[in-house]
Design a binder for this molecule. Structure first.
Ligand SMILES: [Mg+2]
Length: 383
C-alpha cells in the first residue's frame, strides 16, 4: 500500500500579510488587523514584526497598541481575504483531488500516491510554495506527515514560511517532547488537570494509563491517547459543509442594562435565524457565548427538540437550562449583566422569530450597549 502523506498548509499571518500585499509600503512594519484600537476589538492577525513585540491574536487591540504604538492598525477587509483564500484553495485543488478546507487560511491536502518515488511528496510541497508566492503573493507554513494530527502540529511548529516533515513511523518521537496543549482537544482545563497528574508533554500523555485518560477526557480519552502516539486514521473530509452558523459582536462600551442586552441578543439571534432560513437550513443546538471585560468567555449550549428555525414555530426556551448552568454571580464589573438574563432574552425573543418577514430590531447603539462579546450560534444544521 502506498505510504500515506498529508500536507497541512497554513498561510502565515494571513490577514496582516494580505494587507501588506496590497500596500507594499507596509512591508517590514508592524501591522495589526483587528477591531478599533480605541474600542474593545481584538487582534485578528498581526505581522511577525508586531508579534516580535508581543502582539498576539485574540489580544485586545488596545493592549496591542500599548505594546506596539507605532504599528499600523487596520480594520480588515474580508472580501479581499476571501478572494486570496479562494486562490490558495484553487492551487491545492489543482494538485490533489482530496483537499479539506479547515478555515479561511488553512487546508489539508492528501498527497498519498502523488510522489513518483517512495518518500515524502517533495515536489508537491515545492509546487505549493512556489505557486503561492507567484499566484497569491503569500507564504505558508507546511506540515508534511502521515496523518492530519501530525501535519497540523508540524505546520505550526516553526512558522513562518517553513516546511516541517514528520517521517513515516516518526510520529510518536516527534510529538513526545511537545507540550500537551499542542494536541487538538487539550484546552487549558485539561492541561491543568494533566499538570496536576505530572503530565506536561505529549510523550507523557502517550504513556499514561488508559483509565487515567478516561477520567480526564471521558469518552475522548482513548482517541486522544492514540493521537498522542502519533496515530490518526481520520480521512480528509473534502467540501464539508459548515456545521454551524452564528453571529457575534463586540460592544464598544459596557452595559449593565438587561433590556439592552436582551435587545442585542435578539438581534444576533434574528440574524442567525434569517441566514439559516435563507439557506434552507435548520439547527438543533443553540449556543450562547458571552465574554466579559476581563476577556473571560462563558459558553452554554442546549439541544432543542424542534428545529428552532422552522418558520411558524418558536424554539423551546433555553432559559431554564442555561440559567441553571450559568454562574449565578455576575462577572465583576459587568453591572449584573449575568448570562442567565442573556438566555432569558433569547427565550423571550422566541428564538428565532417565527416569521421570516419580521424586521430584526437593531441592536442598541454603542452608547448604551455592553462590554461583552456575545453571540448566538446554531449548530448541526439539518436539511
Ligand atoms: Mg494561518
Amino acid at each position: 500500500m502506498a505510504e500515506r502523506w498529508i500536507i497541512h498548509a497554513d498561510l502565515d499571518a494571513f490577514f496582516a500579510n494580505a494587507e501588506v500585499l496590497r500596500r507594499p509600503e507596509l512591508r517590514g512594519r508592524p501591522v495589526v488587523v483587528g477591531g478599533d484600537p480605541d474600542g474593545r476589538g481584538v487582534v485578528s492577525s498581526a505581522t511577525y514584526e508586531a508579534r516580535a513585540r508581543g502582539v498576539r491574536s485574540a489580544m485586545p487591540v488596545a493592549h496591542a497598541r500599548r505594546l506596539c504604538p507605532d504599528a499600523v492598525f487596520l480594520r480588515g477587509d474580508f472580501a479581499h481575504y476571501g478572494e486570496l483564500s479562494r486562490r490558495f484553495r484553487a492551487i491545492l485543488r489543482d494538485l490533489s483531488p482530496t483537499v479539506e478546507v479547515a478555515s479561511i487560511d488553512e487546508a489539508y491536502l492528501d498527497a498519498t500516491g502523488l510522489a513518483r518515488e517512495p518518500g515524502p511528496p517533495t515536489a508537491v510541497v515545492e509546487t505549493i510554495k512556489a505557486r503561492l508566492r507567484a499566484e497569491v503573493g503569500l507564504t505558508a507554513s507546511l506540515g508534511v506527515a502521515p496523518n492530519k494530527t501530525l501535519a497540523k502540529i508540524a505546520s505550526d511548529l516553526r512558522k513562518p514560511d517553513v516546511v516541517v516533515l514528520v517521517g513515516q513511523g516518526g510520529g510518536a518521537a516527534f510529538l513526545a517532547p511537545l507540550p500537551v496543549g499542542r494536541l487538538a482537544g487539550v484546552g487549558p482545563k485539561a492541561r491543568a488537570r494533566l499538570a496536576a497528574l505530572g503530565i506536561r508533554r505529549i510523550g507523557e500523555l502517550a504513556a499514561a494509563p488508559p483509565v487515567l485518560l478516561r477520567e480526564v477526557f471521558g469518552e475522548r480519552g482513548p482517541a486522544l491517547a492514540l493521537r498522542a502516539r502519533g496515530i490518526d486514521d481520520r480521512p480528509l473530509e473534502p467540501d464539508t459543509p459548515a456545521k454551524s452558523r452564528g453571529h457575534e459582536r463586540t460592544f464598544a462600551r459596557d452595559i449593565g442594562d438587561l433590556t439592552a442586552l436582551r435587545r442585542a441578543l435578539r438581534d444576533l439571534s434574528e440574524r442567525t435565524a434569517a441566514e439559516l432560513r435563507r439557506g434552507g437550513l435548520g439547527g438543533r443546538i443553540v449556543a450562547l457565548k458571552l465574554r466579559d471585560s476581563d476577556f473571560r468567555t462563558i459558553g452554554r449550549q442546549r439541544a432543542c427538540a424542534a428545529r428552532p428555525t422552522t418558520p411558524g414555530r418558536s424554539s423551546p426556551p433555553p432559559r431554564r437550562c442555561c440559567a441553571r448552568r450559568w454562574p449565578r454571580r455576575a462577572p465583576p464589573g459587568s453591572g449584573g449583566a449575568s448570562a442567565c438574563s442573556a438566555c432569558g432574552s433569547v427565550a423571550s425573543a422566541r428564538w428565532p422569530a417565527s416569521s421570516t418577514s419580521s424586521t430584526p430590531p437593531r441592536c442598541a447603539t454603542s452608547a448604551s450597549t455592553a462590554r461583552s462579546t456575545s453571540s448566538t450560534r446554531a449548530s448541526a444544521p439539518a436539511r
